[in-house]
Ligand binder design. Structure first.
Ligand SMILES: NC(=O)c1ccc[n+]([C@@H]2O[C@H](COP(=O)([O-])OP(=O)(O)OC[C@H]3O[C@@H](n4cnc5c(N)ncnc54)[C@H](O)[C@@H]3O)[C@@H](O)[C@H]2O)c1
Length: 431
């Protein structure tokens, strides 16, 4: 059985074999293939034989399919069997956890990740777990799902708590990554009042916890605090241009007040705080139906549907791959930088160009997998929603100077992984 591993080249054409780095006394480096084995296929579903193939033939076919999705990393995968005739699925659990670093107690940290079952949170959890820390995930599963971190359930270093951050929570910890908050417009607009409560009360509760435990506190803020900016690219000193009563205000103003609260606790109570202003990020485990442009385009192209561009396609966006973001969050948490820091990728694309790039990559992956296309996917244009910013691009000078961080992943490389992830989900039947 032969499978070709994915070769990922960074912006300088060097192969990426690991993510993270050793910085500020904190080692965050882990091999990429181990990480990949967790997200590229954490829950592989086999289809039970329909009787047309004999057992050996069907088993061989299953193994080939499995190896294709996991790049041969089958050790840490759960295989579940789907029975098409009855529409039932039997779940299995992992037989072995991925090996984690054995840290001495002095280096092992107790880390709380709120929103740890979400897209960004789950990748951060994978990294912190592999590095050997004790991780507690706090999540109400509004947009997150247990399946994103299910491969850690039962591990002695891991704990998962269903809890809403709007209510106080007590735990002993050394670091808090406060990520809990829906991030995509349809999700945060679904219940705008709840979004504001989560941003304000959730942050208040977690800052209270940081004050009591003396834990270091990092909040995942957003480029949305800059609103529809009048300055390009945006530096951290720009105060923003936000509509306080528009449909996006519950999120934008929620994050602005969460930052205000964070620096209030720093000034008044000496809480040790970090503020990451995250720009548009994409990657595996992103909800395929959350209305964000990357997932929309990939799913449409994979299904052979026309790709929808809102507006004239000339508005620009920058896209950051998840591993670069997690590198940045960990570096920031362990650095001495207490000012807000932009974490994003400055490579700009017009949405029209980006749609074409996604279409090319989907075609390339389908060709590699021998899938025949019935027709070429078209790109169609529809009216722009309210308050959608025309242009946004991070100035990441501060991250480079004070964290030694800069993005390594090209958009093309990240998109290829993401297309493979969604493709696997489609075959599994969960997309
Ligand atoms: N993904 C991006 O491009 C991006 C950009 C800027 C900022 N951010 C920020 O990063 C963080 C994570 O974003 P994401 O993309 O992973 O979103 P996500 O929706 O996938 O994850 C958010 C997680 O928080 C949980 N959550 C929501 N409300 C909660 C509550 N009241 N109590 C407990 N848990 C709650 C959800 O269930 C989910 O698991 C958010 O704070 C978001 O604002 C993300």
């Amino acid at each position: 059985m032969s499978t070709s591993p994915i070769h990922t080249l960074d912006k300088n054409g060097q192969e990426i074999t690991s993510v993270g780095f050793k910085r500020f006394g904190f080692d965050s480096e882990v091999p990429l293939d181990v990480l990949r084995s967790l997200y590229l296929r954490s829950h592989y579903v086999l289809t039970a034989s329909d009787g047309k193939m004999d057992d050996i033939e069907s088993q061989a076919e299953e193994e080939i399919q499995h190896a294709r999705f996991t790049q041969g990393f089958s050790n840490y995968q759960s295989k579940s069997i789907f029975h098409p005739s009855t529409g039932r699925i039997s779940y299995t659990t992992l037989s072995r956890f991925p090996p984690v670093t054995l840290l001495p107690p002095s280096a092992r940290k107790r880390i709380l990740v709120t929103g740890g079952a979400g897209f960004v949170g789950s990748h951060l959890v994978d990294r912190l777990m592999l590095l050997g820390h004790e991780v507690t995930v706090l999540d109400n599963f509004f947009t997150g799902s247990k399946t994103t971190v299910s491969h850690w359930i039962g591990h002695p270093n891991f704990e998962m708590v269903r809890h809403d951050v709007v209510e106080p929570f007590m735990i002993e910890c050394d670091q808090i990554y406060h990520l809990a908050c829906p991030a995509s417009p349809p999700h945060y607009q679904y219940n705008a009042v709840k979004t504001i409560k989560t941003s304000f009360m959730g942050t208040l509760n977690m800052l209270g916890l940081a004050k009591r435990t003396k834990a270091r506190f990092l909040i995942s803020s957003t480029s949305e605090v800059y609103g529809d900016p009048e300055v390009h690219p945006q530096t951290e000193d720009y105060w923003g241009h936000v509509n306080p009563i528009g449909p996006r205000a519950c999120y934008d103003e929620g994050k602005r007040v969460a930052e205000t609260l964070t620096y209030g606790f720093q000034r008044q109570d000496g809480v040790d705080v970090r503020v990451a202003r995250i720009f548009n990020t994409y990657g595996p485990r992103m909800n395929p139906y959350d209305g964000r442009v990357v997932s929309n385009f990939i799913v449409q192209a994979l299904k052979g549907e026309d790709m929808t561009v809102y507006g004239d396609g000339k508005q620009t966006r920058s896209f950051q791959y998840i591993h670069d973001l997690v590198d940045g969050l960990i570096a920031l948490m362990n650095s001495d930088e207490t000012r807000p820091v932009n974490i994003g990728n400055g490579d700009e694309f017009t949405i029209g160009e980006f749609a074409e790039l996604v279409r090319d990559i989907v075609e390339k992956v389908q060709d590699q997998d021998g899938v025949k296309r019935s027709r070429k996917v078209d790109i169609v244009y529809k009216p722009m929603p309210t308050d959608d910013p025309q242009k946004r691009r991070p100035d990441t000078t501060r991250a480079k100077e004070s964290l030694g961080w800069q993005p390594r992943w090209t958009v093309r490389m990240g998109l290829e992984e993401m297309v493979r992830y969604y493709k696997a989900k489609m075959i599994e039947g969960s997309l």
